[in-house]
Design a protein around this ligand. Structure first.
Ligand code: PDD
Length: 279
C-alpha cells in the first residue's frame, strides 16, 4: 500500500513520523475519513470544509489548498486501486520538544493520508440486519465538534458495548443521547426523524448534513433536538449515520427492541437515497 507523508508517496513500511510528533504525544491533531464507492470519493468537499474548521478551532491553518488535498486523495485511491473503502487524513501540529505550550509559529505540520480497502462497503451485513447498541455515559471533553484524534473514550465505549454483546455504544449526557462512538444517532417516531441539534456536544457529521437535506427534500419531517434513552427505546425506528456506514439501522438499545426489532422503512429509504444521491 502506498501512503502519503509530508509530501512523499511511500510504501507503508517506509513511512516515518517523529516520536516527538504532537499528534502522538498530545493527540494534538485532527482527522477526516472520506468514503470511496466505485473508485469515487463521497462528499470530499464537506470533509475538507470540516477539516478547515477543526484546524481553525485549534489555531491551525490548512496545510495546503483543498484542491491539493483532493489531488492526494485521488492519487492514493488510484495507486492503491481502491474500489470501495476509505481515505484517512490526519493533520497534526507537527514535531517539537515536548511542551504543553504550542511550538513556535512555522513548525511544520505533519500530514498523513492512507487508504483502506473495504470491498462491498455499501452492502454490509449490518445494513441488512441492523445493529444493537448499548448506552454508556459520555465522558468525552466538551468540544466534540472538533474532529480530534483523541479517540480513546469512544474506543473504550465501543469495547464496553461489545462486552455486552452489542455492536456499538450510544453515549449519554444529562439524560440525553449525544451520539454514537463514531456516528450520529437518530430515532423515528410517528414519521418524524429526530436527531440531536448541532453544538459542541456532537460532531457535525457530513453524512448527517446530507441525510437531513435528502430527508427534507423527500418531504420527511425532521426535528433537531435531544432525545432520551427511554424515548429511543419507545421509537418506531432508530439509526446511525457516518461516512463509513452511511445510514445503518439500530434495532436494539440496551436490550430493548426498537419498533419491530428489525430495520425500519425510514432508515432503509434514507440509506437508498443517500447512496443513490452521493455516488
Ligand atoms: N467518524 N460522530 C462521531 C463521534 C464520529 O467520529 C463520526 C465519524 C460521526 C459521523 O460523521 P461523518 O458523517 O462526517 O462521518 C459522528 C469517522 C467515520 C471515524 O472516526 O472513522
Amino acid at each position: 500500500r502506498t501512503v502519503y507523508v509530508n509530501g512523499d508517496y511511500l510504501p507503508e513500511e517506509d513511512a516515518k513520523i517523529s516520536v516527538f510528533d504532537r499528534g502522538f504525544l498530545f493527540a494534538d491533531g485532527v482527522y477526516e475519513v472520506t468514503s470511496v464507492l466505485g473508485g469515487k470519493l463521497i462528499d470530499f468537499e464537506g470533509h475538507a470544509v470540516r477539516l478547515e474548521r477543526s484546524l481553525a478551532e485549534l489555531d491551525m491553518g490548512m496545510p495546503m489548498t483543498r484542491d491539493a488535498l483532493l489531488e492526494i486523495h485521488r492519487r492514493l485511491v488510484a495507486e492503491n486501486r481502491i474500489e470501495d473503502g476509505m481515505v484517512y487524513l490526519q493533520v497534526t501540529r507537527g514535531a517539537a520538544d515536548r511542551d504543553f505550550a504550542y511550538p513556535p509559529e512555522g513548525t511544520a505540520q505533519t500530514v498523513v493520508l492512507f487508504t483502506q480497502s473495504k470491498p462491498g462497503l455499501a452492502d454490509s451485513p449490518a445494513a441488512r440486519t441492523g445493529i444493537r447498541v448499548a448506552t454508556v455515559p459520555d465522558l468525552r471533553w466538551d468540544r466534540r465538534d472538533i474532529k480530534t484524534v483523541q479517540l480513546l473514550y469512544p474506543s473504550m465505549g465501543k469495547m464496553a458495548a461489545k462486552a455486552k454483546g452489542c455492536d456499538d455504544a450510544w453515549m449519554v449526557e444529562d439524560g440525553a443521547i449525544t451520539e454514537g462512538t463514531s456516528n450520529n444517532a437518530y430515532i423515528v417516531k410517528d414519521g418524524v426523524i429526530v436527531t440531536r441539534q448541532l453544538g459542541p456536544e456532537i460532531l457535525h457529521g457530513i453524512t448527517r448534513a446530507a441525510v437531513l437535506r435528502f430527508a427534507r427534500e423527500a418531504q420527511m419531517k425532521v426535528e433537531e433536538r435531544a432525545f432520551t434513552i427511554e424515548e429511543a427505546q419507545a421509537a418506531d425506528e432508530a439509526f446511525v449515520t457516518s461516512a463509513t456506514t452511511f445510514v445503518t439501522p439500530v434495532v436494539e438499545i440496551d436490550g430493548v427492541a426498537v419498533g419491530k426489532g428489525a430495520p425500519g422503512p425510514v432508515a432503509q429509504r434514507l440509506r437508498e437515497i443517500y447512496l443513490e444521491e452521493s455516488r
